[in-house]
Design a protein around this ligand. Structure first.
Ligand code: NAD
Ligand code: TYD
Length: 352
């Protein structure tokens, strides 16, 4: 495999990362896909059970804060492209523990940039450092849409840490000539999302007849994109984006939280054969998230016109697929919520 192009994907055992790894392993046999992940509570190798034996896939358990490890990975393979997804990703957790978000999302990104810079110094040709960011760096918008020119205005510790890492990525491009790309995507949904985020949390609670906690009045708006469409946008940008560019990614699919939760109630009741209205009775309005951003909405026209990417998954179909997946993967849910998933690593990787 000496002639393979080595692509380092960080956070590949997480929700979005696992879909990106799967797409790259399957679509590009000419690449060796290196998945670097420290397996926090949000990372689970079971997410990749269907590609883990592919010859062009390699898992490396490690932390992006470990500069020595990063340098050794860059020199051993050598790495030609980085797609950086590893992060702390949940807004509620960031409000309780901002330091951890600064460490992983800011310092971790800087370490990765440093490793790429020292490995690629003087030979930047054909290299690319691609940071997967979020539309939340733009703040909250009442009307209109975030474009790539919208000023950065993060409002939660999570989005502040992602905005900061975006700035460092651009600073490495500007100061050291590192070829970089950034994309900022709206809210993702789909299989393998940790059940602390809105959609899987609601499905899980409906299954177990637990209250459905709606923050505030449920009037906050999010723009939802099926995770495989995000992965295909990342593929398009990685291969077609020009160094220094930023791309917004979104599905033009805005929903008020309460309307989305009600739709999920209907789908889950139908699929479980329960009487209509059963799940709806579980809706419980709770204290709002502090500083809760009212609305995110993405203008994705640049990625569409410059790369030809388009979202393929209709929301009704994507949601139905997602609900079915969670209903038939109750083992996965109990593993990720109980810590059992760590045993998968011991069984599949440590002993082989
Ligand atoms: P996730 O929380 O599901 O996964 C994060 C992954 O990173 C996990 O596998 C975790 O083990 C790993 N990780 C965390 N800290 C690490 C460290 N120090 N070293 C190595 N690995 C580490 O997150 P996600 O929802 O898949 O999001 C992936 C990326 O996409 C993040 O950068 C996030 O900011 C961004 N993003 C997410 C969304 C969304 O809707 N979920 C939308 C836009 C952008
Ligand atoms: P979330 O999935 O945490 O994503 P983000 O905050 O990054 O957009 O939340 C999506 C929306 O759902 C957000 O407006 C907060 C709201 N929400 C609830 O109302 N109840 C919940 O239990 C959760 C987790 C989120």
């Amino acid at each position: 495999m000496a002639d393979k192009k080595n692509i380092l994907i960080t956070g590949g055992a997480g929700f979005i990362g696992s879909h990106v790894v799967r797409l790259f392993v399957r679509k590009y046999p000419q690449y060796r896909v290196l998945n670097l992940d420290s397996l926090t509570y949000a990372g689970n190798l079971e997410n990749l059970h269907d590609v883990e034996h592919e010859p062009n896939y390699k898992f490396i358990k490690g932390n992006i804060l470990d500069l020595e490890l990063l340098n050794s990975i860059f020199s051993e393979y050598p790495v030609q492209g980085v797609i950086h997804l590893a992060a702390e990703s949940h807004v509620d957790r960031s409000i309780h523990n901002p330091d951890e978000f600064a460490m992983t999302n800011i310092i971790g990104t800087i370490r990765l940039l440093k490793a790429a810079h020292s490995a690629w110094h003087g030979k930047m040709n054909g290299k690319m450092f691609y940071h997967i960011s979020t539309d939340e760096v733009y703040g909250s918008i009442n009307d209109g849409y975030f474009t790539e020119e919208t000023p950065i205005d993060p409002r939660s510790p999570y989005s502040a840490s992602k905005a900061s890492s975006d700035h460092f990525v651009q600073a490495f491009g500007n100061s050291y000539g590192l070829p970089t790309l950034i994309s900022r995507c709206s809210n993702n949904y789909g299989p393998y999302q940790f059940p602390e985020k809105l959609i899987p949390l609601m499905i899980n609670n409906m299954v177990h007849s637990k209250p459905l906690p709606v923050y505030g009045k449920g009037e906050n708006v999010r723009d939802w994109l099926f995770v495989e469409d995000h992965a295909s946008a990342i593929d398009a940008i990685f291969h077609k984006g020009k160094a220094g560019e930023v791309f917004n990614i979104g599905g033009n699919n805005e929903w008020k939280n309460i309307d989305l939760i009600k739709l999920l109630c209907t789908i889950v009741d139908q699929k479980l054969g329960r009487e209509e209205g059963t799940a709806m009775k579980l809706i419980t309005y709770v204290t709002d998230r502090p500083g809760h951003d009212l609305r995110y909405a993405i203008d994705a026209s640049k990625v569409i016109s410059e790369t030809g990417w388009r979202p393929e998954t209709d929301f009704a179909q994507g949601l139905e697929k997602t609900v079915s997946w969670y209903l038939s993967n109750q083992d996965w849910l109990s593993h990720v919520t109980s810590g059992e998933y760590l045993k998968y690593y011991d069984k599949m990787y440590v002993n082989r």
